[in-house]
Design a protein around this ligand. Structure first.
Ligand SMILES: [Zn+2]
Ligand SMILES: [Zn+2]
Length: 208
């Protein structure tokens, strides 16, 4: 199985490499870092000073960087939102996902910077979003990577590993010979995808 990590906008290359190594380990997959794509100017919402997550995800799909892989994960430093929500840590749909590093830094919460905490959060969010691309829904186990995070405290409570139930689901999907299960098209291919992995209701600290 192959996963491509795509930097979107300006992203620290060292963080991409670290994520690459971590995801190799967690998914036992080939993980490569793809070519950087720009943050879509059309996704910028000046009134909110945030980027529209769905439009950024769409730009990843259209860029072609996700083509030829089983899964694609875009990584951006931009703050993301969805209509009706004040922010999202990430979204997933149609076999591809994106995460935002913006709210993973301690400095965002007016705390001293901690690179270790930042990296742990990044891998938790990456595993979570990739989990959705396997058709996993949110998990009730608060320690499981697939547990719903409403705040960064929830992210810190869980680990980057799947619980046994979620882990066996991912293994089943992979062993089925269809790592692109649930009708999810291969990366970079359009068409109707599953909605179960859609993050529409996620991470809303404060619905608008
Ligand atoms: Zn679980
Ligand atoms: Zn989720």
């Amino acid at each position: 199985m192959s996963i491509v990590l795509v930097p979107i906008g300006r992203v620290n290359p060292a963080e991409m490499r670290w994520l690459q190594e971590s995801l190799k380990e967690y998914f036992s997959a080939d993980v490569v870092v793809g070519k950087r794509i720009p943050l879509a100017a059309t996704a910028w919402n000046p009134a909110r000073s945030q980027y529209d997550a769905e439009m950024v995800l769409e730009s990843l799909l259209l860029s072609g960087e996700a083509a030829g892989c089983d899964r694609a994960l875009g990584v951006t430093d931009a703050d993301l939102y969805l209509a009706g929500m004040n922010f999202v840590f990430g979204i997933a749909n149609r076999g591809i996902a994106i995460i935002s590093q913006h709210r993973l830094r301690q400095s965002f919460y007016n705390l001293p910077e901690d690179p270790g905490i930042f990296r742990r959060r990044a891998v938790v969010e990456a595993v979570h979003e990739l989990g959705h691309t396997f058709g996993l829904a949110h998990c009730e186990n608060p320690r499981c990577a697939m547990h719903f995070s409403n705040t960064i405290a929830d992210t810190d409570r869980k680990g980057p590993a799947f619980c046994p139930v979620c882990r066996s689901w991912v293994a089943t999907v992979r062993n089925s010979g269809r790592p692109d299960r649930a009708g999810a098209p291969r990366c970079g291919v359009g068409g109707e995808g599953p909605t179960e992995g859609n993050e529409m209701a996620r991470f809303s600290r404060k619905p608008e």
